[in-house]
Design a protein around this ligand. Structure first.
Ligand code: HEM
Length: 585
């Protein structure tokens, strides 16, 4: 007996297989990934075609073989029965192939009843992670529990273990395995990010130590991009503020990472923005299937092809950028100083290993840097403006602070002897506002996330088996009244008051810092290496926006609700704001 190859399938059957997968998977954003009625319609059509197709193929086999019997049985069943059968089969496959069950000491949380199949809980987690994680946090508080994500279980640890676990070396308790692992790296071309870390070194060793300089460069790009991306809006104008901020941030970060001309090329900017969407969609789709099926299934995932296409395009860009001088990117022909040696790509080319500086890997690394930096920062800045519009009494407070610093130190970037970081650090109320907005609008419900690379035994004897995916319910933690008094109240000066409570507190409670009760940027040695840049970039943007524009919600609209896909949180892509130039009010 030989196996049926895809190429041997009846062409209309193949089309139906394609349609089915497309209706499940080919969406431009992961938020629309589920279209149950579309999927069901396609599945019905698929069954309609696949059964005759199988029958067509069967004569070449022994007529008494089991596939013939199965096909015969299938063709006598109603669609509903076949759907139920397929669903049960998928459940059985998932159950048998899952990497679950390693953590025996922690209960799985979220089942509606003892009869609920595991697959239902996994599917529900996609849209109701907020409720599942929240109720688990309340119920277990001081003991670990498991949440059943579609691809694997995540062991949610109580906060009391955060410090102890964050002291464990990275190679034993790894953030990359969790974060990059979430992108199914072996099928999305992201394996390099598990094995090498030039994208982290460049942030820790170059960007952060020379932050003021890079802030100046990114601000100059903001000025260049302003008229291109920000509408004139002499009268109240409805805008997609998230899009505007995303474009500005993509340009600002593009300038410091890739320099001119790439950061001014619309193709590069769109590539860096879209790559994140395709990567997320591809990973989300791949995680719907057991790992062992991926050598087959992965080829049917359209978003994966978009990821590949983008990586290829990024390689072309990279090749053009480094063509003049293969090793030292922007150095002159005879080794004279670089034309613009501040471009981070230049540092990466000089400090990377041979593997890290190879064109395809460097291109993919720029894409992963964009994934880490653009949507996160744009989402954060968007949420701040949404919060301001929901609480407009804070507009004058923040503007007054900006005016005050401007009077004292001149306009941002105006005086050469005034350090940009220092200027921005004087915006203490804005800093506190950013923290409060992050508290209420997380980018993820469960983080930091780590994977135990070997068995770990904690001080109290708790054992975490190797391979366990671990996370913290940090959002529900900061919404706990025991941690944040009146957690539902939007109180943007919480951190400001803490800082001013005593001289010792003055240098604590800052937006770029991490602490157990504030994990927006993660925690410990593996916390976000771009967080100081992110906070100052947001401040730079807000200084410009608040000084020049007024914002409000369109008539009859108020603060948009977040969207969830598993533990990931997104800004509602349909949300709109009204904006108007200040001078014309
Ligand atoms: C407001 C914007 C941002 C937020 C909320 C954010 C949040 C985070 C979080 C929660 C992590 C995981 C940390 C952990 O596991 O402990 C992370 C990792 C990371 N972030 Fe950010 N980030 C932001 C902006 C940026 C920017 C602007 C950059 C680059 C300039 C950046 C680069 C990275 C990188 C490379 C990692 C991976 C670190 C690793 O694998 O060890 N992020 N970020």
């Amino acid at each position: 007996m030989r196996y049926l190859r895809a190429s041997e399938l009846h062409s209309s059957t193949r089309r139906q297989v394609g349609n089915f997968l497309l209706s499940c998977l080919s969406t431009s954003t992961p938020l629309h990934i589920f279209n149950p009625s579309g999927c069901l319609r396609s599945l019905r059509r698929l069954i309609h075609h696949i059964v005759p197709s199988l029958a067509q193929y069967l004569p070449s086999m022994d007529s008494t073989s089991w596939p013939a019997s199965v096909a015969a049985i299938l063709s006598t069943m109603s669609y509903a029965q076949v759907v139920t059968l397929l669903f049960s089969l998928c459940s059985a496959i998932l159950l048998l192939s899952s990497r679950r069950g390693k953590v025996h000491f922690a209960p799985v949380h979220g089942f509606r009843s003892v009869l609920e199949p595991s697959l239902f809980l996994q599917a529900r987690f996609i849209t109701t992670a907020y409720e599942i994680v929240g109720s688990g946090y309340k119920k277990f508080k001081d003991t670990p529990f498991l949440v059943r994500r579609y691809d694997n279980d995540v062991l949610v640890m109580p906060m009391k273990y955060l410090n102890e676990l964050s002291r464990i070396p990275n190679k034993k308790f790894d953030s990359k395995a969790a974060a990059v692992g979430n992108f199914v790296p072996e099928w999305t071309g992201m394996e390099f990010a598990m094995e090498t870390n030039l994208h982290i070194r460049v942030l820790s060793n170059k960007l952060t130590p020379e932050l003021s300089r890079y802030l100046d460069i990114s601000r100059s790009e903001l000025e260049y991009a302003w008229d291109l991306e920000v509408p004139q809006a002499d009268d109240w104008t409805e805008v997609d503020i998230q899009h505007i901020l995303r474009m500005l941030i993509a340009r600002m970060t593009g300038r410091i990472f890739m320099g001119i001309p790439a950061c001014r090329d619309p193709e590069w900017i769109n590539l860096t923005i879209d790559f994140a969407i395709h990567l997320f969609t591809a990973a989300f789709s791949l995680k719907m299937f057991p790992r062992w099926t991926l050598p087959f299934i992965a080829h049917f995932i359209p978003a994966r092809y978009r990821v590949k296409k983008h990586l290829k395009k990024a390689s072309e860009f990279m090749r053009q950028s480094v063509q003049k001088s293969p090793k030292s990117l922007l150095r002159g022909e005879h080794g004279e100083p670089a034309e613009d040696e501040t471009v981070l790509l230049s540092w990466m080319m000089e400090n990377g290993t041979e593997r890290e500086t190879a064109i395809p890997e460097m291109a993919a690394r720029q894409c992963i840097l964009a994934v880490a930096s653009v949507h996160t920062t744009a989402g954060n800045a968007t949420n701040i403006i949404f919060d301001l519009c929901a609480h407009p009494e804070w507009f004058p407070v923040l503007r007054e602070e900006i005016d005050h610093v401007t009077q004292e130190l001149g306009k941002l970037g105006e005086k050469k002897d005034v350090d940009t970081r220092l200027w921005l650090s004087r915006l203490e109320k804005l800093d506190s506002f950013i923290i409060e907005s992050q508290r209420l609008n997380p980018v993820m419900l469960v983080h930091p996330q780590r994977v135990a690379m070997e068995p770990l035994t904690l001080n109290d004897g708790t054992r975490i088996p190797a391979g366990t995916h671990v996370g913290w319910a940090h959002h529900h933690h900061v919404m706990d009244p025991a941690i944040t008094p009146n957690p539902e109240v939007f109180d943007p000066l919480r951190s400001y008051r803490k800082r001013h409570s005593s001289p010792e507190e003055m240098n604590k409670h800052l937006a770029g810092q991490t602490e157990p009760n504030r994990l927006s940027f993660g925690y410990g040695k593996q916390a976000c290496p771009g967080r100081f840049f992110a906070v100052d970039e947001i401040k730079t943007l807000l200084v410009r926006l608040l000084s020049n524009y007024n914002f409000k919600y369109p008539q009859g609209k108020n603060r948009p609700k977040p969207r969830y896909a598993n533990e990931n949180v997104f800004v509602d892509p349909t949300a709109r704001l009204m904006m108007k130039r200040k001078s014309t009010t």
